[in-house]
Design a protein around this ligand. Structure first.
Ligand code: GAL
Length: 384
């Protein structure tokens, strides 16, 4: 089905499906009405259809945001209908916005390839793309989780693409498992917990780490975080998803330096999202239950190199134990507002991937601890 027809049908039919009262598009509405609403959104309505400037539900799952100049760019997995949508049939979709409510379709920023020899061959799995801008090279750098065509989730690689303009087109550069042959960095403060002795691995996670030492560490769910000093870090689920790694990127953001730490060993943290407030580092992630939701978890640290402290679930209220049905993907600092952060999560719909929803919720700090509460509808004035 072409996307226009799909949109029209979507607008009139999707509301019936979920029975939720918070849907935005009118049941008997025309596509024109949907488009009018789409261009004048003034609030977030988590979990509902989120129309772009063409009235089409935004298609940018597992996404991340780049603020460049005064514009935000949202990159995410473009999904198609059905469970086929869990594979990358199209690529990474990009949208732009100046107010965070209304998003303009900027098209496909990175396209998967028809070349059967390409690492990003159509039908591969390409997840959680994150784009950062490198001021030295003036390039837009995209990292993502890549699984090679036909190999399920076995490859566990990270992929890299680069562009001269924020909306692309991005060119695929390489994919690999990072930090081959490297042992974790050990700052004095981090204690011994994150260390690993490959002569006698003492737990499952250490065994996976040691197994992968020669060829590089597994890299699945991920984010990229750029610190105030301009250094960038790739944060990813490694060691068969048992342990997170935080790894430094080179100055051009195009490779790994080999310096990294392991965080919360053996506790299966996925979907990491890192942010910084008043010099302190925060991370929100999830447990490891595939497309099914679980409880979010947060961590804090005074240094990117740890020690990172596990702090429990930042979500409160009904359904907090399941992150309101979603899974973290990014934490967005709102430009021009102090201490304003948006928790971005995906509500996956694996049997019809294109229908995945976005849960954007405000993070409110109480006694320096992030709290997230469900909102049917909210706007940026909550941060005033
Ligand atoms: C989730 C992960 C998603 C995707 C999914 C596949 O745990 O966060 O990005 O990989 O598993 O089952």
């Amino acid at each position: 089905m072409n996307s226009r027809i799909y949109t029209a049908l979507f607008a009139v039919s999707i509301l019936v499906v979920s029975g939720s009262k918070a849907q935005q598009l009118p049941l008997n509405g025309t596509n024109q009405e949907a488009e009018n609403m789409a261009t004048s959104l003034k609030s977030f309505a988590p979990g509902t259809i989120w129309p772009d400037n063409n009235g089409v539900h935004i298609n940018a799952h597992g996404g991340g945001i780049l603020l460049h100049g005064k514009k935000y760019y949202w990159y995410g997995e473009h999904k198609i209908e059905g469970d086929a949508g869990n594979k990358a049939e199209v690529g990474v979709h990009c949208y732009s916005s100046s107010d965070l409510y209304n998003w303009k379709d900027e098209g496909i920023a990175l396209r998967v390839s028809d070349d059967t020899a390409s690492d990003i061959r159509k039908g591969c799995i390409l997840e959680r793309p994150k784009v950062v801008y490198n001021p030295h090279t003036k390039k837009y750098v995209m990292w993502f989780h890549l699984e090679l065509f036909g190999k399920g989730y076995k490859a566990a690689r990270t992929g890299l693409a680069v562009a001269d303009k924020p909306a692309g087109p991005f060119t695929f550069v390489k994919s690999y498992r990072p930090n081959a042959g490297m042992i974790p960095f050990s700052p004095d403060v981090s204690g011994k917990n994150e260390q690993v002795n490959c002569r006698i691995p003492t737990n499952k996670s250490d065994s996976f780490f040691c197994r992968d030492l020669p060829g590089g560490q597994m890299a699945r769910d991920m984010t990229v975080f750029v610190d105030d000093d301009g250094k960038a870090y790739h944060v990813f689920a490694s060691e068969e998803n048992h342990t997170l790694h935080i790894a430094e990127l080179t100055n051009d953001f195009m490779g790994h330096t080999g310096k990294f730490i392991r965080v919360y060993i053996g506790h299966q943290t996925e979907a990491p999202a890192v942010f910084k407030k008043d010099g302190k580092y925060f991370m929100i992630g999830s447990g490891c239950t595939g497309w099914k939701p679980n409880a979010a978890r947060w961590f804090s640290s005074n240094s990117i190199w740890g020690p990172w402290t596990y702090e429990g679930n930042p979500c409160l209220g009904p359904d907090a134990g399941l992150t309101y049905g979603g899974q973290s993907t990014y934490v967005l600092p709102v430009a021009g507002k102090k201490d304003a952060f948006i928790f971005m999560a995906d509500k996956w719909v694996p049997n019809n991937a294109i229908d995945g929803r976005y849960l954007w919720l405000p993070i409110i700090f109480k006694n320096n601890k992030p709290e997230i509460n469900w909102q049917d509808k909210w706007d940026l004035s909550v941060f005033n």
